[in-house]
Ligand binder design. Structure first.
Ligand code: PRP
Length: 183
């Protein structure tokens, strides 16, 4: 077992846990999209690690493209308006689109993206979220077709998820020690 990062309090999902979740999601998507050549859309930056694994777990032909979005700050984030920093290079009219996200929290980012891409007349659009954060009293604005697992409302990092752009390269999902973000 790899040494735990000193800033991480505990491991929530080990590499082994992640592997089996991704495997299962890949099987579901492969069965649903056989012969449909879906376009997998990864939302930068957090979803990159999950997308790289998920696309290799999908056994049917697919294409991949990337979008980058940013919220203008907390106030705007809660209104669900995000700014497109990098748009798709692929035309999605008539395509089956799968948006891939690392984590769904309020769901506002995804809700905005789904509405935006729906306006381009894809044949279908679904969401694959590796994690859904369970926040008491909060119902996410989007219900993903494919969900890896649910996580508690803790400060989690790794497997693409960052704190101040750090920890994205940890191969597991861990809970950050409060001392790290209370500094
Ligand atoms: C995270 C995550 C989602 C979004 C989820 O991205 O990747 O895009 O927040 O939150 P929501 O459901 O409340 O909208 P972040 O803005 O941290 O950017 P990153 O992917 O570059 O880390």
């Amino acid at each position: 077992m790899e040494q735990l990062h000193p800033d991480v309090k505990e491991v929530l999902l080990s590499e082994e846990d992640i592997r089996s979740i991704v495997e299962r999601m890949g099987e579901q998507i492969s069965a649903d999209y056989a012969d449909r050549n879906p376009l997998v859309v990864a939302v930068l930056r957090g979803a990159v690690v999950f997308t790289a694994d998920l696309m290799r777990a999908i056994k049917c032909p697919l294409a991949v493209d990337f979008m980058a979005v940013s919220s203008y700050g907390e106030g705007v984030k809660s209104s669900g308006v995000v700014r497109i920093v990098k748009d798709l290079d692929t035309k999605i009219e008539g395509r089956d689109v799968i948006i891939v996200e690392d984590i769904l929290d309020s769901g506002l980012t995804l809700s905005y993206l789904v509405d935006l891409l729906k306006g381009r007349n894809p044949a279908s659009i679904e969401v694959a979220a590796f994690l859904v954060k369970d926040v008491p009293g909060n119902t996410p604005a989007v219900s993903p077709r494919y969900v890896g697992t649910h996580v508690p409302d803790a400060f989690i990092v790794g497997y693409g998820l960052d704190y101040a752009e750090r920890y994205r390269n940890l191969p597991y999902i861990g809970v950050l020690k409060p001392a790290v973000y209370q500094k």
